[in-house]
Structure formats: structure tokens, C-alpha cells
Design a protein around this ligand. Sequence first.
Ligand SMILES: Nc1ncnc2c1ncn2[C@@H]1O[C@H](COP(=O)(O)OP(=O)(O)O)[C@@H](O)[C@H]1O
Ligand SMILES: [Mg+2]
Length: 158
Amino acid sequence: MSGADEMLTRVLADEDATVAFGRELHDAIRQRLGDTAVVYLHGNLGAGKTTLVRGVLRMMDHVGAVKSPTYTLLEPYTTEHGDVFHFDLYRLKSPEELEFLGFDEIFEGPGYKFVEWPEQGAGWLPPANVEVSLSLHKPAGDANEAGLMQRRVSVRFA
Ligand SMILES: Nc1ncnc2c1ncn2[C@@H]1O[C@H](COP(=O)(O)OP(=O)(O)O)[C@@H](O)[C@H]1O
Ligand SMILES: [Mg+2]
């Protein structure tokens, strides 16, 4: 990949594929941006955003659990390969709340900042270096059941 507005897209057949894509995403981010990046994660509830962050953290040799930050707004991780800040702004009441919580310091510092529901922080969040979109993907064949839906991911570098 080279130049601005690079795009990377994949169909992810199952949860394991989403986790495995974390390696590809991590490599692409590291190669393009080094150890500091703001990554917006777009997609509806259940699209696989948190699963993908888990994949990136696995790639960075994080061995513990990866919890959804839905209630805490932030789960921070320190790894041998750098810091990761995983935000989920679904329950954020207003963008200014981010400043009250001291999150501005995090965005000024190093590390990867993954942000689920970035729309909720519009006007306050710094712009994304990377935008990831996840959506449901109907596999070819007879799979009509929701449980058999796959995912599609696209990654755009600003
Ligand atoms: N490629 C995939 N195919 C099918 N299911 C997936 C895939 N990736 C993740 N999932 C499932 O989607 C569900 C929701 O994932 P999650 O990462 O919590 O979504 P989000 O953070 O976007 O709300 C989980 O049960 C996970 O196993
Ligand atoms: Mg989530």
C-alpha cells in the first residue's frame, strides 16, 4: 500500500478470522504510523469492533482478558510493544465529558487509541489516522440465519 486514502478490505469468515485480522491491522498501522495512532472503529453493535481490538492486543503479546469498555468508557493496556487505549463511547453523554475524564492527556501521548462509537465524541476527538469499518456479510450459499453471518472489514488510512 502507498499514498493517501489507502484501503484494505477483507471478508472475515468467523470470530477467529476477526482476531487474526488484528495481526494484519497491527502490522499495517505500525508500518505506516509507528507506535502512535488514533483508530476509529465504525460499525453497529455486534459488528466485531471489540473482537478486532482483542486481535491487535494478542498480536502485541497481551495475554490477559480483553473486556468491552462499554461501561468504563476506557480500558487501558500496557504491553511490551506499547500502550493501547481502548475506548467505547457508546454511553458517553457529551463530548466534553471526555475532557472531564482527563482523556485529552491520553490523546496527546503515545500509544494506539482505538475508539468504538467515535461519532459520540465528535468535535472533541482528534481526527483519525485510521478508520476501520465493520459490517455484517452474508456468506454465499444457504446461510440465512443471523448466527451464520460473517463480517466485512475495510480499513482506510488518512
Ligand atoms: N468474522 C466474524 N464472523 C462471525 N461472528 C463474528 C465475527 N467477528 C466477531 N464475531 C462475533 O460478533 C459478536 C460481537 O462482537 P464484538 O466484538 O463484541 O462487537 P462490537 O464490539 O462491534 O459490538 C461476538 O459474538 C463475536 O464472536
Ligand atoms: Mg464493542
